[in-house]
Design a protein around this ligand. Sequence first.
Ligand SMILES: *Cc1c(COP(=O)(O)O)cnc(C)c1O
Length: 499
Amino acid sequence: MYYKSTRDSSVNVTSAQAIAQGISKDGGLFVPSSIPKITFEDIKAMGDMSYPDRAAFVFSKYLTDFSDAEIRYCVDNAYTDKNFDTKNICELAQLFNGTYMLELWHGPTCAFKDMALQILPYLITTSSKKINLDKKVVILVATSGDTGKAALEGFKDVEGTQIMVFYPVNGVSEMQKKQMTTQEGENVSVCAIKGNFDDAQNGVKAIFTDDEVEDELSNNGLMFSSANSINWGRLAPQIIYYVSSYAQLVKDGKAELGEKINIVVPTGNFGNILAAYYAKKMGIPVNKLICASNSNNVLTDFINTGVYDKNRQFYTTISPSMDILISSNLERLLYHICGENDSQIREWFTELSDCGKYEVSDKVKAVLKEEFFAGFCDDKQTKACIKEQYDKNSYVCDTHTAVAVKVYEDYREKTGDNTKTVIASTASPYKFSNSVLEALGEFDPSMGEFELVDKLYEVSKLTVPKSLAELKGKDIRFNDTIDKSEMKDFVLKSLGISK
Ligand SMILES: *Cc1c(COP(=O)(O)O)cnc(C)c1O
């Protein structure tokens, strides 16, 4: 199995090269040259496997240049009950008859990004060894909250890596700030930037592409890599839980082997739902992939009309991890469905960067309609959905997951489709206690972050994730706030190579 670039089909690299490099030199994203298949027998056999074994099986189809021992090393270090609060790694809970919540937030930071970021450091360091780079990997992350913490937890104390996270000083929640500034580990740094998320992001990009910095790093046996969802090493681990959840439904007698299911995903950068698309193309029987957005509904419009137009108002919502107007992983989907036509992709994405807009062909529009259903809801509907699910099904959704549940209810109403359904539950409600309590009519503005957690426990009786409860007593380790112009010096100083 080789990997091509979405902007140059003649690129042909191994998975280790794709993962170590992160993004192709032509600006395209790495995609598998063909999508490997799994059979019904494979699915049946997976039912009796542990999550790490299921993961190893799926990885063996995509990382064909990795040895079995290398794959085992990665999955066994990542998917253990030291890192996740359940042996199953993710859970499948019934919302109501025939509809299941795939809970992807049992990892150390209580959001689904842990499913990939717990294993990514091992995939990157193994890849870099395999291709004889033998350099220490330096990860730079600009974060609006969730990704930074998940990357810190994944990379902390992983040999051969160092990680630096920059966040906008007033752009993250108190809980997110506390999660990051108390981060443990000897190879981590966290720093606030005076400015917004874009300032942090632009600063990181400038350092990534600074030749002087690259030379300095190289002279010191270091190299940059990316923990962003453009890296194939973040996408591949996400395919696993869709395959795994289907195998589990069959094993538990909740679905017949071969019976189709719908998959609903609250979507931002299009990474998570793209992983579900890959699972379908591998052979998991899927009817519709349901793409749920918040008020930033650029994807809803795109799937329904074939016109991608980011020239629109940006909304700050109660589901912040979905507040996105450019969904980078869409490029991978379009590459596959337009017949791997790299010149077509270059044309559309040049239009996107020049005018913020492109329109796909009628053929692609037809495929989008066939594979996907798309819908969106605003904050008010999101809150109403949290309340309704709590009252009706005694299930407490976080704000992102509630968007998915609401769009799914709209889909059922519109189509009358009663196909069994798996909904991706992407964060623990405790991560967004404030909005969840507001939705339940229990919010008290005088309460601090941890009192709100206690309050949500009182209301929901859901176990408080240990990692969040423990934050309360932790010391702040990082309280630097710097100007954007000082980021480069900060990076060099943290690496011990400043002049
Ligand atoms: C990142 C995130 C999403 C969006 O996932 P994408 O892969 O970017 O589409 C949804 N919910 C939560 C809680 C997230 O952290």
